[in-house]
Design a binder for this molecule. Structure first.
Ligand SMILES: [Zn+2]
Length: 374
């Protein structure tokens, strides 16, 4: 009898162990980020520490806006544009190329004039699906707007390409894509990668699958951009709308700031154009600024991150001089990258690029901090 109980306990323990190992394995890239910090090749060694973002900013912030289309009321857009101009913040607008399949953006229209105005202000125009609507969702519990939900990879490839052709034809070739109602999935990633998109930006990814069922908040914990399934495509997950859920947005932002994450947050048209929401947005942006966030567009972030994750550094003391070899092997420059010299020994520095060319040299300033372009 005793033996039987012992055996049952043993199997039970083994079962629990295997379950935990399974969860650990499937969520590895989340806890790896928490334990190991940002997944970049070089962060620091004994002599130097290299900033994650320009000018050593502790966190990146991206203001995103969804749902601009040919059917949009332009007044709220103009209200938002004016506020952003005042705040000197550049945002990323995810635009619907052919809303409901009935409202294509067309050359010379007022909507396209507005897009041109936004771009002149420095904002990024990116793609938001094709029609923000799918007939396949009818009769299911999935929202009609969740365009990608039931579509195969080929179907997604075709409609995303069609949407991109519209935007490109109007002079706005998109580098990034966000799925309507965050209906993106692994098939979307592969379609975007095949189409050569630089980045995808979704909220609920990776989706809750049987593998992640036991950690429902799992997907919200991805604080660094990642490349799903070994693709070239970079994914930047996005967070809640601070004009709707300010406290939650702030809480998440602080968590990201403490670990040097990328905080992309949502706003939607037309609601964001209401005076009350504009005031909330202003307050939120100012708060992030006070905490030293680097505001950028998502394409800028995707380029920066691509270069930053691969950049490598090597230090070599040479008498009183610290020689720093900087290697950025990507086509994207790292401007205003901060290098902090931790070693109190050397008085001078010399920076070399990957071909051995001198990027800069001189006395190490009292702040021990250098800003370089590599
Ligand atoms: Zn949308």
């Amino acid at each position: 009898m005793k033996k039987r109980i012992k055996r049952i306990l043993l199997y039970f323990g083994l079962g629990i162990f295997l379950l935990l190992a399974w969860i650990g394995y499937n969520t590895s890239h989340v806890w790896r980020d928490y334990l190991g910090g940002p997944p970049v090749r070089f962060l620091e060694n004994r002599e130097i520490a290299v900033g994650l973002y320009p000018r050593g900013a502790p966190v990146a912030a991206i203001l995103t806006n969804d749902d601009f289309s040919a059917a949009s009321d332009l007044e709220p857009v103009e209200n938002l544009r004016r506020l952003l101009e005042e705040l000197e913040v550049r945002a990323t607008f995810f635009v619907i190329p052919n809303h409901l399949g009935r409202y294509p953006l067309t050359a010379g229209s007022e909507a396209v004039e507005m897009l041109e105005k936004l771009r002149r202000d420095g904002h990024e125009i990116a793609q938001h699906g094709y029609a923000h609507f799918s007939e396949k969702n009818r009769g299911s519990s999935v929202r009609m707007g969740a365009e990608m939900h039931f579509l195969s990879e080929e179907e997604q490839y075709r409609i995303i390409r069609k949407g991109r052709e519209i935007l490109t034809g109007l002079g706005f070739p998109p580098q990034g894509h966000r799925s309507p109602c965050f209906s993106g999935n692994r098939r979307t990633f592969r379609a975007l990668d095949r189409l050569g998109f630089l980045y995808g930006s979704d909220l609920d990814l990776p989706p809750t699958t049987p593998e992640t069922l036991l950690l429902p908040a799992y997907r919200r914990r991805l604080m660094y951009p990642y490349r799903p399934d070994g693709l070239d495509l970079i994914q930047v997950t996005s967070q809640t709308d601070p004009t709707v859920r300010r406290r939650k947005a702030l809480k998440v932002f602080h968590r990201y700031r403490d670990r040097g994450g990328v905080f992309a947050f949502l706003t939607h048209l037309p609601q964001i154009g209401e005076p009350r929401n504009l005031r909330r947005l202003e307050r939120f942006v100012n708060h992030l600024r006070e905490e030293g966030a680097w505001f950028c567009t998502m394409a800028e972030l995707a380029e920066w991150w691509t270069a930053r994750e691969a950049a490598d550094f090597r230090t070599e003391p040479e008498g009183e001089t610290l020689v720093i070899h900087c290697d950025n092997s990507t086509p994207y420059p790292l401007r205003d990258l901060e290098i902090v010299i931790r070693d109190p020994g050397p008085r001078r520095y010399r920076l070399l690029d990957r071909s051995g060319e001198v990027l800069g040299e001189g006395e190490i300033p009292e702040s021990r901090s250098l800003l370089v372009d590599i």
